[in-house]
Design a binder for this molecule. Structure first.
Ligand code: FAD
Length: 462
């Protein structure tokens, strides 16, 4: 009897029930096989004519798999690494190993849900929701009555602020029979073609170790959590925000562990508006996860969760196509937009403030279908998470959990980059002093709502 333990979205030793779940009486007669499958379509496919993942994101993921393999090998646990269409590859492996059971993390995205649903037709599939704050009974929200507004969701959950506690770090269990590394390697032939893409990556999402070090540094060493609420709207820097997102998105950091660490900090050091606000943002993440489970693939429709489902491809005029291209290439001529996009293109990350502005600009100022922006973010973001990305884009477009959100880019530039330092750092070719560096280039069409704010630009520094 063989049980496959799918570690996609669960490549970590801390707070990982999937590694413990073979420790029941029944498992003592069972062989356990740890598996991950790199989804070929998600990393090498296209959507709306755009690649679905950048090389940087692929490298981050390959590094995470390699680090996980090493960590498991210390316990003499092998990791079978597959590459291809997940249901097909897992099915092939299960047939070869005569597996009858599969255990996996409860998915959020529609595609992962479809994969497990298809495996369920042949195998006994058990899922454990290890990346949600409200993942275990009795906390699991009822999807049919799940509020569609974040405020209502927060008000419903916050009075108790109950969160599923993290479990202890994995230790080898007597009676567990894992397939060892030498045996596992025999099934990794397809995956070995990806070696050509591997490059060491130091991103927090690329290993459990980096992620836990970042958490310790941000919360305990720097105590930067104490000023989170005041600094979180900055555009760049090391400690303005947590930078937990990539590790949470890949699953090498447990959100429940984060939550526990914040509570410990509040009990031992300080509880203030900032410590509360970090939990508040984690609740946003949580909200989108449950929203995705509720509406599933409707999130990819033109009107997302509002109105008729329409999966027809986004249509663009030639002019809009040029606008989209210049937005992606960070050459719109609007310095605040281009600076943020250049940061994204070079690092795979962007602040939340930057994301809101570039999204609003693409949708509301350039009139481009929001799904194209979401698809480009999917390609570039190292913290790409299906629910947080598509949910936030739909939110700004007004097709998700709110009405339209339009930002005045020049006003925002003045508020959050008043001296123009961020823009000059990202676009060194611009040398104008003070906030006047935010002046759009000649030829940029100026929306009426920018005029008052353009009049305030000055070469003086404050
Ligand atoms: P912090 O400010 O330190 O927040 C802590 C954590 O809370 C984050 O790591 C994240 O897990 C969660 N969080 C914070 N803000 C949000 C939010 N608005 N929605 C959901 N979760 C949130 N976040 C992603 O993780 N992946 C994405 O693909 C993604 N795409 C986005 C697209 C757009 C258009 C916008 C406006 C926002 C997007 N976000 C996404 C949300 C947010 O911008 C990032 O989570 C945040 O900037 C990551 O930096 P941080 O870890 O320092 O966040």
């Amino acid at each position: 009897m063989t049980r496959l333990i799918l570690l996609d979205q669960a490549m970590r030793l801390h707070d990982n029930p999937l590694l413990w779940c073979g420790a029941d009486a029944k498992a003592t007669e069972q062989r356990l096989v740890a598996v991950v499958c790199l989804d070929q379509a998600a990393f090498f496919g296209q959507q709306y004519g755009m690649a679905r993942a950048s090389l940087l994101r692929l490298q981050q993921h390959l590094q995470l798999i390699a680090e996980t393999k090493q960590a498991l090998a210390r316990f003499n646990i092998g990791l079978v690494t597959l590459f291809g269409e997940p249901a097909t590859e897992i099915n092939k492996l299960a047939t070869t190993l005569q597996a009858t059971e599969i255990v996996a993390a409860t998915p959020t995205g529609y595609r992962q849900q479809q994969t497990l649903a298809s495996l369920q037709r042949r195998y006994q599939v058990t899922t454990v929701d290890l990346n949600s704050l409200l993942g275990s009974a009795p906390l699991i929200p009822d999807l049919s009555s799940l509020p569609d507004s974040f405020s209502a969701f927060r008000k419903q959950r916050e009075p108790l602020l109950q969160v599923t506690p993290a479990i202890s770090e994995y230790q080898p269990q007597p009676g567990q029979h894992w397939l060892p590394p030498a045996e596992s390697d025999k099934f990794c032939e397809n995956f070995s073609q990806l070696a050509a893409f591997s490059q060491p990556s130091n991103q927090p999402g690329s290993s459990e170790l980096h992620a836990l070090q970042r958490l310790d540094d941000y919360i305990w060493q720097q105590q930067a959590i104490s000023h989170y609420k005041n600094s979180r709207n900055a555009l760049s820097g090391d400690y303005y925000a947590s930078k937990f997102s990539a590790a949470l998105a890949t699953g090498c950091l447990s959100v429940r562990y984060c939550w526990q660490q914040i509570l410990c900090y509040e009990q031992q050091i300080l509880a203030n508006d900032s410590t509360y606000w970090l939990k508040f943002e984690l609740l946003w993440r949580e909200f989108f996860r449950w929203q995705f489970r509720k509406y599933q693939n409707a999130w990819f429709s033109k009107n997302a969760i509002k109105g008729e489902l329409d999966f027809s491809p986004a249509r663009l005029t030639m002019h809009q196509q040029q606008q989209l291209n210049s937005w992606c290439a960070a050459t719109t001529g609007v310095p605040f937009i281009d600076a943020n996009m250049r940061l994204l293109n070079s690092t795979g990350l962007m602040s939340n403030r930057g994301r809101q502005n570039v999204a609003s600009f693409l949708i509301h100022d350039l009139g481009v279908d929001w799904r194209l922006g979401a698809a480009y973010f999917e390609q570039r973001l190292l913290d790409y998470d299906v629910a947080s990305n598509w949910g936030n884009w739909a939110y700004i477009a007004g097709s998700g959990n709110s009405g339209e959100r339009q930002f005045n880019v020049i006003k925002q530039a003045l508020n959050y980059d008043g001296n123009g330092d961020f823009v000059r750092a990202m676009l060194p070719e611009l040398t104008t002093q003070g906030s006047l560096v935010h002046q759009p280039a000649a030829g940029v069409k100026i929306p009426a709502h920018w005029q008052n704010w353009l009049a305030k630009l000055t070469t003086e520094t404050s």
